[in-house]
Design a protein. Structure first.
Length: 404
């Protein structure tokens, strides 16, 4: 079968959650079908990255991405559009032309639009079944702070709701990453009766490696602070939780991985260390006593939690940070939603090697259900059903929401 995949993120290198998800699903599809990829790129791909993409996909086209610039003339004029400003101002005719070209050359049986950004380009395709992969509304529905922004928030939310309701009927299948996201879509579009499947984020489970002795008093938060939800989490932990921990264990250090370019970090305590971008966070994650996930905003399901547990590194998280994951608090991970409780749970874990070992074992066993080796083929079966015009069951039984 010929599949056309439209991607907001070129997944080479797979250095953020969206890229990791895209790469995993592309691998699953390409195992049994020919996949043509048209993807936006943040920077010109290297020869190696293009070679990796072409080893996986039958056809690869990349187009430079122009980020949404709220103060640009195009974005200001979009205030008068019924569509969200980001949709209007980031429209790329070169990407649209690449989609047209791929349709002619590849003659796909199904088109997959990866994330909401790809909707306008998928809508250009006529007469071919379409899948919207990973409709994520959690972060987009979060209003901007500030009383003076209330009117702008209301207008943005109205536009988003109107936009989503307008395009959903164009897709044979819509996927979301969690039951929480599914509920948001249903709430925003109560009249929509189309097919929706939960396709959770996953992790590539590897055979258990030789255990690396963790370094005492080391905590890790893997995530670029250039993403607003990650930055909020790091600031929250550094200012409200870390001082409570260091009052009892002064040597505790928090390491944060990922890009920091353009983010002011001078107000954070000295015992917060920024590693910068790492080709792989796995060695540092294995060597850390615990991963902390103090997220308070954002949507989807947390790849950082899955990756840590898969490696046997225990996790202390907010409920929001583990949202959508079928994990049992106290057995698979520790949950806390206020600074004092979060600090207390982290201190308990830092001071108890036996508890760490138990959480490591339980967490790794719990995430086995999120193995891409299982999720990928099920997603492929859904896509095949769309292409053939047949009915398929949802990907998996509903996952319960983690609660403290």
């Amino acid at each position: 079968m010929q599949i056309l995949y439209l991607a907001r993120w070129f997944p080479f290198p797979a250095d953020n959650g969206a890229k990791l998800r895209t790469l995993a699903l592309l691998k699953a599809l390409a195992a049994t079908h020919d996949v043509a990829l048209v993807a936006f790129v943040e920077a010109e791909p290297t020869a190696t990255q293009l070679a990796d993409a072409r080893a996986l996909c039958a056809d690869v086209t990349t187009i430079p991405y122009a980020h949404f610039a709220p103060q640009s003339r195009k974005a200001r004029l979009a205030y008068f559009s019924a569509q969200p400003r980001s949709v209007v101002s980031t429209w790329n005719p070169h990407f649209a032309a690449a989609v047209d070209d791929a349709i002619v050359r590849r003659k796909p049986q199904v088109v997959i639009a990866g994330q909401i950004d790809m909707v306008p380009y998928a809508q250009k395709v006529q007469g071919i079944p379409r899948v919207l992969e990973e409709l994520e509304l959690g972060l987009r529905l979060a209003p901007a702070a500030g009383a003076n922004r209330s009117l702008r928030n209301a207008l943005s939310l109205w536009k988003l709701g109107r936009y989503v309701r307008s395009f959903l009927p164009d897709f044979t299948l819509v996927t979301v990453v969690s039951p929480g996201e599914q509920a948001l879509v249903r709430k925003l579009t109560p009249a929509y009766k189309g097919r929706m499947a939960v396709v959770p984020n996953g992790v590539s489970l590897q055979p258990q490696a030789v255990a690396v002795p963790p370094v005492p008093d080391t905590l890790l938060f893997p995530g670029a602070v250039t993403y607003s939800a990650n930055l909020d989490a790091v600031r929250y932990f550094a200012h409200e939780i870390l001082p409570l921990i260091q009052a009892q264990r002064p040597t505790v250090v928090l390491r944060v991985t990922g890009r920091t370019a353009g983010v002011a970090l001078g107000d954070l305590p000295q015992r917060v260390e920024f590693t910068g971008y790492l080709d792989s966070v796995e060695p540092l994650l294995r060597a850390s006593w615990a991963e902390v996930v103090p997220l308070r905003e954002g949507g989807g399901t947390r790849l950082k939690v899955l990756e840590a547990l898969a490696l046997g590194t225990p996790v202390v998280s907010t409920t929001k940070g583990a949202d959508g994951l079928d994990l049992t608090p106290g057995r698979d991970l520790l949950l806390a939603d206020d600074p004092a409780h979060f600090a207390a749970e982290t201190l308990r874990l830092l001071g108890d090697p036996a508890l760490r070992a138990t959480l490591a074992e339980n967490g790794r066993a719990a995430v086995a259900r999120y193995d891409w080796a299982q999720i990928g083929p099920r997603f492929t079966a859904l896509v095949e059903a769309v292409a053939l015009g047949t009915r398929a069951d949802t990907l998996n039984a509903p996952l319960r929401k983690v609660t403290a």
